[in-house]
Design a protein around this ligand. Structure first.
Ligand code: ZN
Length: 321
């Protein structure tokens, strides 16, 4: 039974930012901060299945790839890494690279990593606030400069670097070639609106990521049978005696919490283990606002007609390998 206000750990990175406002007031006097990690408070807290981060980029990150579970275990790691990004802000022209522009052989990929031409054959695409990009394990990817994003991922630090823009960090060519899909990205299922308050941004074997848009003054019950993360993006709310503000997160497990939404509403991201959405994750409590939201979700764990329809619409499930 756990409801915790997550602590925030800062991670210095050469590509990070000296100004994290309004997301964090943390000091950057020791150099640029690239990542904020949301963690359970207390040294004794067990490791979580999912890792929630915010990233702040002023330079491109390395071009990299992550292994799947099978490969990770073959080299002694606990699990692989599938991740997803929610773009919070992006300067004009900012982009991310996902997959390669054309299929290549393993030999061609190795050559491209070795001579640095990998930077020219990854598939860059512009990004805008609200975009969601799923990066299944094995997908070659990079994040460009000028972006603030939220990342949800399998809890793993298994990263193989293919190219690092002249920075002196190590590359991992053999592992990268072994795990990478040397071709275009997988097709990603579109976001699906469950109700006025909930939109499933992506769901796969490892996690579900939802956007919640809660009306000003409304009251909700957040039900978290499994590990669940709630990160505020805009607006405010009260969870119990604690105020939730943008850039702050809560961790819940085998518990529930009442959310009293502030006067400007609450836009937040909700993440929990996959492969299924939890139809009962949010239930509106206040009768007055319930009548304004006729499609508030039923409070049951039994798959509802809406969930069944949602799953049927996903003709290309994005959790297929
Ligand atoms: Zn990555």
């Amino acid at each position: 039974m756990t409801v915790e206000h997550a602590i925030v750990r800062t991670k210095p990175k050469p590509w990070g930012s000296l100004d994290l406002r309004p997301w964090s007031e943390t000091s950057t006097s020791d150099g640029p901060i690239g990542e904020l990690w949301f963690e359970r408070p207390g040294l004794a807290a067990p490791k979580t299945t999912l890792l929630l981060k915010m990233l702040f980029t002023t330079e491109p990150l390395s071009i990299q790839v992550h292994p799947d579970d099978a490969f990770a275990r073959s080299i002694g790691l606990a699990n692989g890494k599938t991740e997803a990004w929610y773009i919070v802000s992006a300067i004009p022209g900012a982009g991310v690279a996902v997959g390669l522009n054309h299929p290549r052989s393993a030999a061609e990929l190795r050559t491209a990593i070795t001579d640095g031409s990998i930077a020219d054959i990854v598939d860059w695409q512009p990004v805008h606030p609200g975009d969601v990009i799923l990066i299944p394990a094995g997908t070659i990817h990079a994040i460009g400069a000028g972006i603030v994003l939220v990342e949800i991922q399998q809890h793993s630090d298994a990263t193989f670097r293919l190219f690092d823009y002249g920075r002196a960090r190590e590359l991992h060519i053999d592992h990268a070639v072994a795990v990478a899909t040397a071709g275009p990205r997988q097709i990603q299922s579109p976001s699906e609106r469950l109700s006025g308050a909930r939109t499933v941004l992506t769901v796969n074997s490892y996690f579900a990521l939802e956007q919640t848009d809660l009306a000003p003054g409304s009251v909700w019950m957040l039900d978290a049978p499994k590990e669940t993360w709630l990160l505020a993006i805009e607006g405010h709310a009260q969870l119990g005696s604690t105020r939730l503000a943008p850039g702050e997160a809560f961790f819940l497990e085998a518990d529930h919490a009442e959310i009293e939404v502030g006067a400007s509403g609450l836009k937040a991201l909700l993440a929990y283990p996959g492969p299924k959405i939890n139809p009962a994750a949010l239930t509106e409590r206040s009768a007055a606002s319930a009548s304004r939201a006729p499609h508030a979700f039923p409070g049951t764990l039994v798959p509802s007609p809406v969930e069944t329809a949602t799953l049927k619409q996903s003709e290309t499930p994005n959790w297929l390998p």
